[in-house]
Write a protein that binds this ligand. Structure first.
Ligand code: AP5
Ligand code: MG
Length: 211
């Protein structure tokens, strides 16, 4: 099953995508995590996208499209994947349509006010997991439950970058909802509920869709 997951910054895309993928044995792909890996390791790609990602702007489509194309054709994606953070604009959607047939598209709804509050208390791990001091704390403070690495604050979780990211979401990504809504593979879930409840509703929708 090939799933894409949409939602404003802080809505819980990464949190839910990781749970879905782990539960079903599908691969979890986050374009944001891929960019952060390249930034941290100062690869050629990392150097090219630094100024965009750190300030909350979208990386150039040509680079992003190539990354996704490389990733979704890896052997671990054959049984299925959950794609978090792509496509984010019409050009990316058109590219994705040429290389993959998506089975299910999902959006997590959350107000900007709530999203901003959540990001203020998010701690991230480089393995892709996100924690929240109140709603999803790690077992040991500052350490990832899954891989034992120290947690960090993301560079783009500063107020100016959050504002920019939300603006881009509303201007460029939200218009894609109408396209998927017409396709019969679309589902929206209220993200302003506890993590387990959001997950339960998403999983029900996936099972319903699978028939
Ligand atoms: P990306 O990493 O995708 O960031 P984002 O879209 O800004 O989304 P976030 O990761 O901030 O939020 P999330 O929805 O995953 O929330 P999370 O699960 O962590 O992209 C980063 C950057 O990379 C982009 O700005 C851009 O520069 C670049 N990029 C990426 N894709 C690109 C593309 N396609 N094209 C061009 N550039 C691209 O949850 C947030 C917090 O809330 C956590 O603390 C979590 O524990 C908590 N939480 C989650 N769910 C709940 C809940 N139900 N109740 C309470 N707390 C919750
Ligand atoms: Mg994320």
């Amino acid at each position: 099953m090939k799933i894409i997951i949409f939602g404003p910054q802080g809505s819980g895309k990464g949190t839910q995508a990781e749970l879905i993928a782990r539960h079903h044995g599908w691969s979890y792909i986050s374009t944001g995590d891929i960019f952060r890996y390249h930034l941290k390791n100062q690869t050629a790609l990392g150097k090219k996208v630094d100024k965009y990602v750190s300030s909350g702007l979208l990386a150039p489509d040509e680079l992003t499209n190539e990354i996704v194309k490389d990733r979704i054709f890896q052997p671990d994606c054959v049984s299925g994947f959950v794609l978090d953070g792509y496509p984010r604009n019409l050009a990316q959607l058109e590219f994705l349509n040429k290389i993959a047939k998506i089975d299910f598209a999902l959006a997590i709804e959350l107000s900007d006010e709530e999203a901003i509050k959540r990001l203020a208390d998010r701690w991230a791990c480089k393995c892709g997991l996100s924690y929240h001091l109140l709603h999803n704390p790690p077992k040991e403070p500052g350490i990832c439950d899954k891989c034992g690495l120290p947690l960090f604050r993301r560079d783009d979780d500063k107020p100016e970058a959050i504002k920019k990211r939300l603006e881009i979401f509303h201007q460029e990504t939200e218009p894609l909802f109408a396209v998927y809504n017409k396709s019969g593979i679309w589902h929206q879930v209220n993200g302003d509920q506890p993590i387990n409840e959001v997950y339960r509703q998403i999983d029900d929708a996936i099972h319903h869709h699978l028939g």
